[in-house]
Structure formats: C-alpha cells, structure tokens
Ligand binder design. Structure first.
Ligand code: DO4
Ligand code: MG
Length: 279
C-alpha cells in the first residue's frame, strides 16, 4: 500500500482505492514498527476517499514531519568511480576506494525536515557550484524500533566540484537549502524489496531529455540492515528517520544541472518524484 501526506490529510492508497486516515499524526505513523498492521484498521468503506492515484501524486507533500534525513554514500560501484574521478586532482580519490571496501559504510547527515522539498517544489544548485547533479536514491523509512516500514524516492542533490575539491567539504556539497527532495509517497510493506526494483533518472532541459539513466537495487553493495545497524548503533531516532541508500546513477563528467531543468526520479512500486531546479 502507499501512504500519502497531503493538504487534505494523511491518505492510504491500496487496490486502486484511497482511504482517509482521520486524526493521524505523521510522526506517530512513522515511528510505528507495526505500521502496516495499524493502517489496515483504516481500510473500510467509511473512510473511502474519491481521490485517484493521479490526483494524490499532484497534491502530495514531502512525506516527512520531524524525522532527520541521513544518507549512505559510495554504495554502488558507479558512485565509487565517479567520486574517484572528480577528486583525482585534489588527491582525495583513495578515500572512496577505501570506503567502498571498508566494513564501516559512509553515512552522513543530509537534511533537517524543514529543508526537504516535496514533489513539485524547486530543488536548488548552490550559487558557488559550477558542477552539480541530482542523485536518485531509494530511501528507507525506518521506525524508532529500527525496522524498515517503507520506502520512498529521494534526491540527494550534490555539488560535485565542491566535494571533489576536498572530501572535508562534503557537508557543504550535500546540505544546503533545496538540496533534498523526497516523495511522492511511502510504499509501505513488510516484505523485502525485490532486487529487480528499477531506479531511473531523467533530466529534461527545455522539454528535451538531457539525460537518462537506470539502475536496480541489486547493484547496491551493502545490505539495508547493515546500513541501519551502523546508523542506529550510536543514535536513537524517537520519531523514526529516513536513510537514502546512495546513488548508482551519475551522469557523465561533462554534465551539470542548470536552472529550470526538470528532474524525474522513478522507483518501481513508489512512483515518480518530480522537481524543477529553481534559483
Ligand atoms: O562521498 C560522497 C557522497 C556519496 C553519495 O552521496 C552517494 O554515493 O550517493
Ligand atoms: Mg548520494
């Protein structure tokens, strides 16, 4: 089933039908390790909504309230090679090689909830970056009890020139106003996600496709449980949290995003997260 946060309240979409979740608090939903069982109680005729899935996708808000957004990095071979290339002049490339093989994953703080863009909101390129890309990432929704309760699509906007200049600049390359987008919904399931799940990125410039790339969950080097174990090992998340799982799609080195580009991130089972690049 899909869970949407909208201006009309929280809504479940399942078997082609939408259901209202009256009087539910988003934080209470996301911290609940038994979310799917809890949501089942709302799937009955009295709660039916006339909204279609298409309408839900147009009104959806970022599916977040007070959760922190964390991110894993260099979890795909493509990410490792792209970082090594961008940092070879500065001498930082061996860090990426090492972290790809290391037991401890790269985990970094990505965004406060207030800085997260929802579907249709504008993401941004830093004014001091000349080389920026979107990173389409399957994003885990993890309860306060350390359980994956669902999945959403995430965009880990990144300034490749700033991160390449010095790995210590990572927080500036990764966290700024408009650097994170999530949505359009949370795919709620207790089942492990199929390794065949496709993740796609399309970038449109003046309505023409300027880039297209695809990967699958099977390409991720680390297991989700391994990432979550490290994240929760020295921190608790009383309201649950989001964990982006890294990018396996990086445009070629001559590509940089421009203002007004439209970014479409599609993940099977979740839908398409669409954002334009604003100023
Ligand atoms: O180490 C730099 C960031 C890596 C990242 O964001 C990714 O692999 O997705
Ligand atoms: Mg990333």
């Amino acid at each position: 089933m899909k869970l949407y946060k909208t201006p009309k309240g929280n809504i479940i979409f399942t078997n082609k039908q939408a259901y209202n979740l009256p009087d539910t608090d988003w934080d209470a939903l996301l911290k609940n390790g038994n979310l799917i069982e809890y949501l089942q109680h709302f799937i009955h005729d009295n709660n039916q909504s006339t909204l279609s899935e298409k309408e839900l996708n147009t009104i959806a808000l970022a599916p977040i309230k007070n959760q922190e957004v964390w991110a894993a990095g260099v979890t795909y071979y493509r990410s490792k090679t792209a970082r090594m290339e961008e940092s070879k002049v500065s001498g930082g490339s061996s860090f990426y090689d090492k972290v790809y093989e290391a037991e401890r994953p790269e985990l970094f703080f990505k965004s406060t909830p207030q800085r997260v863009c929802g579907p249709g909101e504008n993401v941004r390129i830093r004014k001091d970056s000349r080389w920026s890309v979107p990173e389409p990432e399957l994003t885990l929704v993890v309860s306060s009890t350390k359980k994956i309760i669902g999945y959403t699509a995430g965009n880990d906007m990144s300034a490749r020139d700033i991160e390449g200049e010095n790995p210590l600049y990572l927080p500036q390359a990764k966290s700024y106003t408009g650097s994170t987008a999530l949505g359009p919904c949370i795919f709620i399931t207790n089942e492990p996600l199929s390794l065949h799940t496709q993740i796609s990125l399309s970038i449109f410039r003046k309505e023409k496709k300027a880039f297209e790339g695809h990967t699958t969950v099977a390409e991720i080097k680390r297991s989700f449980s391994e990432l979550i174990e490290f994240l929760f090992s020295e921190m608790d998340f009383p309201k649950g949290c989001f964990l982006m799982t890294g990018t396996g799609i990086v445009p070629s080195d001559d590509f940089t995003l421009k203002v007004n580009d439209r970014i479409e991130i599609s993940i099977e089972g979740i839908g398409t997260l669409i954002n334009e690049v604003g100023i």
